[in-house]
Design a binder for this molecule. Structure first.
Ligand SMILES: [Zn+2]
Ligand SMILES: [Zn+2]
Length: 208
Protein backbone atom coordinates (compact mmCIF):
# COMPACT_ATOMS: atom_id res chain seq x y z
CA UNK A 1 0.00 0.00 0.00
CA UNK A 2 1.11 3.52 -0.74
CA UNK A 3 1.48 5.88 2.20
CA UNK A 4 0.85 9.02 0.12
CA UNK A 5 -2.91 8.52 0.16
CA UNK A 6 -2.86 8.85 -3.62
CA UNK A 7 -5.48 6.85 -5.46
CA UNK A 8 -5.75 5.49 -8.97
CA UNK A 9 -9.30 4.73 -10.08
CA UNK A 10 -9.76 2.15 -12.81
CA UNK A 11 -13.07 2.10 -14.70
CA UNK A 12 -13.40 -0.77 -17.19
CA UNK A 13 -16.27 -3.19 -17.80
CA UNK A 14 -13.87 -5.96 -18.86
CA UNK A 15 -12.98 -7.80 -15.64
CA UNK A 16 -9.61 -9.15 -16.75
CA UNK A 17 -8.50 -5.80 -18.21
CA UNK A 18 -9.66 -4.00 -15.07
CA UNK A 19 -7.94 -6.35 -12.64
CA UNK A 20 -4.82 -6.53 -14.82
CA UNK A 21 -4.43 -2.73 -14.82
CA UNK A 22 -5.16 -2.60 -11.07
CA UNK A 23 -2.50 -5.25 -10.38
CA UNK A 24 0.03 -3.28 -12.41
CA UNK A 25 -0.78 -0.10 -10.46
CA UNK A 26 -0.51 -1.93 -7.11
CA UNK A 27 2.80 -3.48 -8.13
CA UNK A 28 4.13 0.09 -8.47
CA UNK A 29 3.17 0.74 -4.84
CA UNK A 30 0.02 2.77 -5.55
CA UNK A 31 -3.52 2.18 -4.36
CA UNK A 32 -6.02 1.16 -7.05
CA UNK A 33 -9.81 1.20 -6.80
CA UNK A 34 -11.78 -0.56 -9.51
CA UNK A 35 -15.23 0.04 -10.99
CA UNK A 36 -17.09 -1.87 -13.71
CA UNK A 37 -19.06 1.15 -14.96
CA UNK A 38 -19.08 4.94 -15.06
CA UNK A 39 -22.28 4.97 -13.00
CA UNK A 40 -20.64 2.86 -10.27
CA UNK A 41 -17.68 5.25 -10.20
CA UNK A 42 -19.94 8.33 -9.97
CA UNK A 43 -21.96 6.80 -7.13
CA UNK A 44 -18.91 5.95 -5.01
CA UNK A 45 -17.56 8.42 -2.45
CA UNK A 46 -14.27 9.97 -3.56
CA UNK A 47 -11.94 11.14 -0.78
CA UNK A 48 -10.18 14.45 -1.37
CA UNK A 49 -6.77 12.91 -1.99
CA UNK A 50 -4.62 13.26 -5.11
CA UNK A 51 -6.00 10.87 -7.68
CA UNK A 52 -6.21 10.00 -11.32
CA UNK A 53 -8.57 7.96 -13.40
CA UNK A 54 -7.69 5.19 -15.85
CA UNK A 55 -10.80 5.05 -18.02
CA UNK A 56 -12.02 2.71 -20.72
CA UNK A 57 -13.57 4.59 -23.67
CA UNK A 58 -16.34 2.12 -24.52
CA UNK A 59 -18.50 1.21 -21.55
CA UNK A 60 -22.11 0.08 -21.36
CA UNK A 61 -24.37 2.94 -20.18
CA UNK A 62 -22.37 6.14 -19.82
CA UNK A 63 -19.23 5.75 -21.91
CA UNK A 64 -15.79 7.06 -21.02
CA UNK A 65 -16.25 10.30 -22.96
CA UNK A 66 -19.62 10.93 -21.27
CA UNK A 67 -17.99 10.39 -17.89
CA UNK A 68 -15.23 12.84 -18.79
CA UNK A 69 -17.89 15.47 -19.60
CA UNK A 70 -19.80 14.83 -16.37
CA UNK A 71 -16.63 15.21 -14.32
CA UNK A 72 -15.74 18.41 -16.16
CA UNK A 73 -19.23 19.80 -15.47
CA UNK A 74 -18.94 19.01 -11.76
CA UNK A 75 -15.46 20.62 -11.69
CA UNK A 76 -13.87 17.37 -10.52
CA UNK A 77 -10.14 17.87 -10.97
CA UNK A 78 -9.26 14.29 -11.90
CA UNK A 79 -6.67 13.73 -14.63
CA UNK A 80 -7.85 11.01 -17.00
CA UNK A 81 -5.87 8.39 -18.90
CA UNK A 82 -8.02 6.77 -21.58
CA UNK A 83 -7.66 3.12 -22.45
CA UNK A 84 -9.29 1.39 -25.36
CA UNK A 85 -9.04 -1.96 -27.06
CA UNK A 86 -10.86 -0.56 -30.10
CA UNK A 87 -8.64 1.43 -32.44
CA UNK A 88 -11.64 2.36 -34.56
CA UNK A 89 -13.52 4.24 -31.86
CA UNK A 90 -14.33 7.75 -33.11
CA UNK A 91 -12.10 10.17 -31.27
CA UNK A 92 -13.12 13.59 -30.12
CA UNK A 93 -12.11 17.15 -30.86
CA UNK A 94 -13.00 20.36 -29.04
CA UNK A 95 -15.60 22.69 -30.50
CA UNK A 96 -17.56 25.74 -29.46
CA UNK A 97 -21.14 24.46 -29.54
CA UNK A 98 -24.10 26.84 -29.84
CA UNK A 99 -26.45 25.29 -27.25
CA UNK A 100 -29.09 28.01 -27.13
CA UNK A 101 -29.44 31.75 -27.60
CA UNK A 102 -26.57 33.48 -25.74
CA UNK A 103 -25.16 30.10 -24.66
CA UNK A 104 -21.97 28.84 -26.32
CA UNK A 105 -20.01 25.99 -24.71
CA UNK A 106 -16.57 24.59 -25.40
CA UNK A 107 -17.21 20.83 -25.58
CA UNK A 108 -15.81 17.52 -26.76
CA UNK A 109 -17.50 16.44 -29.97
CA UNK A 110 -16.90 13.49 -32.25
CA UNK A 111 -14.24 14.03 -34.87
CA UNK A 112 -16.01 14.28 -38.26
CA UNK A 113 -15.70 11.36 -40.64
CA UNK A 114 -14.00 12.11 -43.94
CA UNK A 115 -16.10 11.00 -46.95
CA UNK A 116 -14.47 9.94 -50.24
CA UNK A 117 -14.64 13.40 -51.85
CA UNK A 118 -13.84 15.34 -48.67
CA UNK A 119 -10.78 16.51 -46.79
CA UNK A 120 -10.64 16.86 -43.03
CA UNK A 121 -9.11 20.19 -42.00
CA UNK A 122 -7.59 20.82 -38.59
CA UNK A 123 -8.77 24.36 -37.90
CA UNK A 124 -6.01 26.73 -36.81
CA UNK A 125 -7.57 30.20 -37.14
CA UNK A 126 -11.15 31.42 -37.31
CA UNK A 127 -13.00 34.66 -37.91
CA UNK A 128 -16.28 35.53 -36.25
CA UNK A 129 -18.76 36.82 -38.81
CA UNK A 130 -21.43 39.37 -38.02
CA UNK A 131 -23.96 36.68 -38.95
CA UNK A 132 -22.52 34.43 -36.22
CA UNK A 133 -23.10 37.23 -33.73
CA UNK A 134 -26.72 37.53 -34.92
CA UNK A 135 -27.01 33.74 -34.54
CA UNK A 136 -25.69 33.91 -30.98
CA UNK A 137 -28.20 36.67 -30.19
CA UNK A 138 -31.05 34.69 -31.78
CA UNK A 139 -31.92 37.37 -34.33
CA UNK A 140 -31.47 35.22 -37.46
CA UNK A 141 -33.35 32.17 -38.68
CA UNK A 142 -30.17 30.62 -40.00
CA UNK A 143 -28.57 29.41 -36.78
CA UNK A 144 -30.71 26.82 -35.02
CA UNK A 145 -29.11 25.23 -31.94
CA UNK A 146 -27.60 22.83 -31.15
CA UNK A 147 -24.95 23.38 -33.80
CA UNK A 148 -21.35 24.38 -34.41
CA UNK A 149 -21.22 27.82 -36.03
CA UNK A 150 -18.41 29.28 -38.09
CA UNK A 151 -17.64 29.64 -41.78
CA UNK A 152 -14.53 31.80 -41.82
CA UNK A 153 -11.67 29.47 -41.05
CA UNK A 154 -8.32 28.17 -42.19
CA UNK A 155 -6.11 25.31 -41.14
CA UNK A 156 -4.09 22.30 -42.17
CA UNK A 157 -5.32 19.28 -44.13
CA UNK A 158 -5.30 16.39 -41.70
CA UNK A 159 -6.87 13.56 -43.68
CA UNK A 160 -8.03 12.91 -47.23
CA UNK A 161 -10.94 10.96 -48.69
CA UNK A 162 -9.97 8.38 -51.30
CA UNK A 163 -11.13 10.56 -54.25
CA UNK A 164 -9.35 13.76 -53.26
CA UNK A 165 -6.42 14.75 -55.49
CA UNK A 166 -6.25 18.56 -55.36
CA UNK A 167 -4.87 18.89 -51.84
CA UNK A 168 -2.44 16.80 -49.82
CA UNK A 169 -2.16 16.07 -46.12
CA UNK A 170 -0.23 18.88 -44.46
CA UNK A 171 -1.35 21.58 -46.95
CA UNK A 172 -2.30 24.90 -45.37
CA UNK A 173 -5.74 25.90 -46.66
CA UNK A 174 -8.38 28.59 -46.38
CA UNK A 175 -11.90 27.24 -46.72
CA UNK A 176 -14.48 28.48 -49.25
CA UNK A 177 -17.57 28.24 -47.05
CA UNK A 178 -20.01 27.07 -49.74
CA UNK A 179 -20.44 23.47 -50.78
CA UNK A 180 -21.95 23.58 -54.29
CA UNK A 181 -23.43 21.07 -56.72
CA UNK A 182 -20.72 21.46 -59.40
CA UNK A 183 -23.23 20.57 -62.15
CA UNK A 184 -25.56 23.53 -62.68
CA UNK A 185 -25.02 26.35 -65.20
CA UNK A 186 -23.95 28.74 -62.42
CA UNK A 187 -21.31 26.30 -61.15
CA UNK A 188 -20.06 25.71 -64.71
CA UNK A 189 -19.95 29.46 -65.30
CA UNK A 190 -17.78 30.03 -62.23
CA UNK A 191 -20.61 31.69 -60.29
CA UNK A 192 -20.76 29.07 -57.54
CA UNK A 193 -22.17 31.63 -55.10
CA UNK A 194 -25.41 31.53 -57.14
CA UNK A 195 -25.73 27.70 -57.17
CA UNK A 196 -29.33 26.91 -56.16
CA UNK A 197 -28.17 23.78 -54.29
CA UNK A 198 -25.40 25.42 -52.32
CA UNK A 199 -25.03 24.71 -48.64
CA UNK A 200 -23.19 26.85 -46.19
CA UNK A 201 -20.81 25.81 -43.40
CA UNK A 202 -21.81 26.74 -39.90
CA UNK A 203 -25.43 27.54 -40.69
CA UNK A 204 -28.45 25.31 -40.45
CA UNK A 205 -28.06 24.69 -44.17
CA UNK A 206 -25.18 22.45 -43.23
CA UNK A 207 -23.99 20.34 -40.33
CA UNK A 208 -26.25 20.68 -37.38
ZN1 LIG B 1 -19.30 35.55 -42.86
ZN1 LIG C 1 -24.47 24.33 -58.74
Amino acid sequence: MSDTGALVYVVDDDTSAREGVADLIRSAGLTAKTFASAEEFLAAPRPKTPSCLVLDVSLPGLNGLDLQQQLAKSNAQVPIIFLTGHGDIPMTVRALVFRKVRDLRYEDVRMPECAAAEALVKVRAVGICGSDVHGYLGTTGRRIPPMIMGHEFSGVVEKLGTEVTRVAAGDRVAVFPYVVCGRCSYCHGGRMNACPDKRFFGSNHFFS
